[in-house]
Design a binder for this molecule. Structure first.
Ligand code: HEM
Length: 258
């Protein structure tokens, strides 16, 4: 897709292949960008909790995993995170369906170049449309559904993912650190988010604490399916309406003493 916003051309890359062209094959050329600003982790955690409250059976599965791995007599710690694959799958599924930066951050061509047969002028802004890639039916089965047990999602096609070993969930083999071009929450290449490790840890620990510590429901006995899931427009895509939920402790009360 080529758009003209103001005085410079803009490209929107809406497929995993084109994302790879810009962020890997032509990474050096597009390694600069115009100024921008964005926020991130809190937006993802709010979307995670929204999807979970909308699908309470997923909270049951996630808390079963937490109780099995950690028990109910201590709080989750950073070292527990690798033992919580279901929690990781919930995070990745949220990043697929609700990417914080639906168009990533703009990259800008530092010189004239040719990408996938298209002549691109120096100064062209490129946006990678992760929102569309995450909903691409050739990559994901039933992409509008929220299903962390992503064995229902098709293995990727058209890209060389020979490193994928087929185990029950493919999400364990989809890298969110810039190597799997069908899921690029932190982008890829030399300008990808330098804090992706911090971001991943913050998100997983936050969700783990929120699920371990509290039972969750909507106010006024509203049902999960009633929860509005509209996005607000912008560089980031937060919820249009803040999530309002009722929490109550689910662990022994002495653990909550400060
Ligand atoms: C869920 C958490 C986060 C997500 C999804 C995220 C995503 C992104 C994305 C998509 C970019 C643009 C990459 C590109 O244009 O190719 C970016 C850039 C950046 N992020 Fe993050 N980010 C997250 C958390 C953080 C945190 C916690 C920090 C700092 C503590 C951070 C610092 C930065 C910086 C400094 C850049 C600019 C890098 C550059 O221009 O070279 N990010 N992030």
């Amino acid at each position: 897709m080529q758009l003209k916003f103001g005085s410079y051309p803009v490209l929107v890359a809406s497929s995993a292949e084109m994302a790879k062209e810009f962020l890997k094959s032509h990474d050096q050329i597009f390694a600069t960008r115009p100024p921008h600003a964005a926020d991130s982790t809190a937006v993802t955690v709010e979307w995670v909790m929204s999807e979970l409250i909308k699908h309470p059976q997923l909270i049951t599965q996630a808390t079963e995993e937490l109780d099995r791995v950690i028990g109910r007599e201590r709080w989750v710690e950073e070292r527990d995170i690798p033992q919580l694959p279901y929690l990781e799958a919930i995070m990745k599924e949220t990043m697929r369906k609700h990417p914080v930066a639906p168009l990533l951050a703009p990259h800008m061509a530092m010189e004239d170049c040719n990408v996938a047969g298209y002549d691109i002028r120096k100064g062209t802004r490129v946006f990678i449309n992760t929102w569309s890639i995450g909903r691409d039916p050739s990559l994901w089965e039933q992409p509008e559904e929220f299903r962390p047990e992503s064995s229902i999602h098709k293995p990727t096609q058209g890209i060389n993912f020979s490193f994928i070993i087929y185990l029950p969930t493919i999400f364990q083999h989809i890298d969110v650190k810039g190597r799997s071009f069908e899921l690029l929450p932190f982008s890829a290449g030399r300008r990808m988010c330098p804090a992706y490790n911090l971001g991943l840890k913050m998100i997983q620990l936050s969700i783990a604490y929120l699920l371990q510590a509290f039972n969750w429901k909507l106010p006024d006995n509203a049902k999960g399916e009633d929860l509005n899931m509209e996005e607000a427009p912008g560089i980031t895509a937060p919820r249009k309406f803040s999530l309002v939920a009722v929490m109550e402790p689910r662990l022994p009360l002495h653990l909550y003493e400060i």
